[in-house]
Structure formats: structure tokens, C-alpha cells
Design a protein around this ligand. Structure first.
Ligand code: OAD
Length: 263
């Protein structure tokens, strides 16, 4: 929280979380900022001279799979060097403590919530803290033919594309298991996210610009059923005006404060 912000905003947010029987959490790229993962729309997200919107599409993959794979392999390398931060860990501990009554939904494909869940659970079941990854996961591959999902292969791409990774089962091209622009989201996963949001008394929205739908509509489902919205973001978003409490700051600092003793 920036200096000068009324401390009772944090207290108010804490009370909402403590009293909530069910909580849904929607996260975006901002929660991984302190882990060193570039935000999707940040100026540090550049790769060569391309825009993400020109590479993360089925058309780009059909036109030039080597280029798209080269970009994803670069992203896997960048993200492979990142670790969950205090925000991911606080959230994972909270979800474990609230077993079954807190659901984490993420737009991030970086896998850091997943890693934090495993870290926080230790020998226990990480299940309650495993997020619904509605935009997929960078560290997995999916066959573009038979759709089989497999762990991400370390692929080396030759200039003639000879090194493109292929499915062991059907021989078709593998692609990263992420949702590209223009592709539909997994309906079943999305329905689980909306059901959790409708059932929640509190929706915690963390580090998302809330510009991309349907993800940005998830908090509206909580509002629609009479629940409260808490936002953590250093910048205002289209949802800010509807938030009952807003923590204007970085999530790595604010989430542990908010969720302390809330499990
Ligand atoms: P964006 O990059 O659009 O927004 C990141 C948000 O994080 C902004 O609102 C920042 O103000 C905020 N932020 C920055 N640093 C932060 C910090 N330390 N703590 C908390 N918040 C911080 O990322 P998303 O909203 O996740 O979809 O983008 C949503 C989707 O847009 C992505 O999943 C991607 C893209 O289209 C697909 O790839 C399908």
C-alpha cells in the first residue's frame, strides 16, 4: 500500500475476506511482476520486433510454426528462470487453509501458481491450491492433431523447421498448450470458474488489467450474486469503480498482508 493510504482499507478488505464463506481469486500478469515475468501489455514484454498479438495466433502458427516455436521457447527460458513470489505463496497457503472454499483462477500461463501450490503443500495434497488455468500453461504441449496434452518438450528448431516437435502418438505438430488470440477457451474450465465466482462472497482481483473477456467478466458474476470485490493493482482498471476495497500497490507486498490469519 502506498504511504498515506488509509490503513482502514486494508482492515476493511481483511474483514471481508475473513467473513467470506467462499472466495474466488482472479489473477493476471501483474501477480508475477515481482517474479520477473514480463506483464502482457508492459513495455518490457517485447521480443525481437514482434507484438505478442502477431505471434500468439493460430494463423501465425499455420504460416510460420518455426517463428512461433522460437518465441515460445524463448518465453519458456525466461519463465523457467522465474520463481513464485510472496504473493503466489500467500495465495497458495490461503487456498490450502480454506480447502475447497477458495478457488484460484488465473489468466497466466507461467505456471507459478502451480509451483507455489506444490511448495506450500509440502507432503500434503496441493489440490485445493492448484489454479484453474483458463488460458492454458506454457510448460505443456498439445498435439494440434489429436489434442493429446504432454509435458513441454525441449525443442531445438532448425532453420528449415526440421526440429519442430511432433506428437509421439499421431505424428502431427505439437504446439504450446495455451489459448491463442481468436481461439475459444475451454468451456468446462470456464464454467467451473464462473460457478466459483457466482458462489463466492468475495472476489479478489489481482494484477489484471481486466480488459480481456471472458476472464474480466468473472468478477462480475460475484457482484451479480451480491458478493464483494477487492482489487489489488497499482493502477486503476475498468473494475476499480465497482470494487468495495482497493489496495493500490504491488501484490507481492499486499497479498501476504491481506491474507495473514485469513485461512
Ligand atoms: P496485463 O499485462 O494486461 O495487465 C497487468 C496488470 O498488472 C496491469 O493492470 C498492471 O497495473 C498490474 N500490475 C503491474 N505490476 C503489478 C504488481 N506488482 N502487482 C499487482 N499488479 C500489477 O495482463 P493481464 O490482465 O493478465 O491472454 O492480461 C490478460 C490477458 O491478456 C492475458 O492472459 C493474455 C492477454 O490477451 C491470452 O494470452 C489469451
Amino acid at each position: 500500500m502506498p504511504p498515506g493510504e488509509a490503513p482502514d482499507v486494508l482492515e476493511e478488505a481483511r474483514t471481508l475476506v475473513r467473513r467470506a464463506r467462499r472466495v474466488v481469486v482472479l489473477t493476471g500478469a501483474g501477480i508475477s511482476a515481482e517474479s520477473g515475468v514480463p506483464t502482457f501489455r508492459g513495455s518490457d514484454g517485447l521480443w525481437r520486433s514482434y507484438r505478442a498479438e502477431d505471434l500468439a495466433t493460430p494463423e501465425a502458427f499455420a504460416r510460420d510454426p518455426e517463428l512461433v516455436w522460437a518465441w515460445y521457447l524463448w518465453r519458456r527460458k525466461v519463465i523457467g528462470a522465474c520463481a513464485p513470489n510472496a504473493g503466489h505463496v500467500a495465495l497458495a497457503r490461503f487456498a490450502l487453509a480454506r480447502a475447497g472454499t477458495a478457488v484460484v483462477v488465473t489468466q497466466n500461463v507461467d505456471g507459478l501458481h502451480h509451483q507455489a501450490a506444490l511448495m506450500a503443500a509440502g507432503d500434503a495434497d496441493p489440490g485445493p491450491a492448484i489454479p484453474l488455468e483458463i488460458h492454458g500453461a506454457l510448460h505443456r504441449d498439445r498435439c494440434s492433431g489429436c489434442r493429446r496434452v504432454t509435458p513441454g518438450v525441449p525443442a531445438s528448431i532448425d532453420e528449415d523447421g526440421a526440429g519442430l516437435p511432433r506428437c509421439d502418438a499421431c505424428g502431427d505438430l505439437l504446439r504450446p498448450d495455451v489459448v491463442w488470440f481468436g481461439e475459444p477457451l475451454d468451456t468446462a474450465l470456464l464454467e467451473r470458474a464462473f460457478a466459483a465466482a457466482r458462489d463466492a462472497d468475495v472476489c479478489l482481483v489481482v494484477g489484471t488489467s481486466a480488459l480481456v473477456h471472458p476472464a474480466a467478466s468473472i468478477p462480475l458474476a460475484t457482484l451479480g450474486s451480491g458478493g464483494h470485490l477487492i482489487e489489488i493493482n497499482p493502477e486503476p482498471t475498468p473494475l476499480s469503480g465497482r470494487a468495495h476495497a482497493t489496495l493500490r500497490g504491488a501484490s507481492a507486498a499486499n497479498l501476504p498482508e491481506l491474507l495473514r490469519d485469513a485461512g
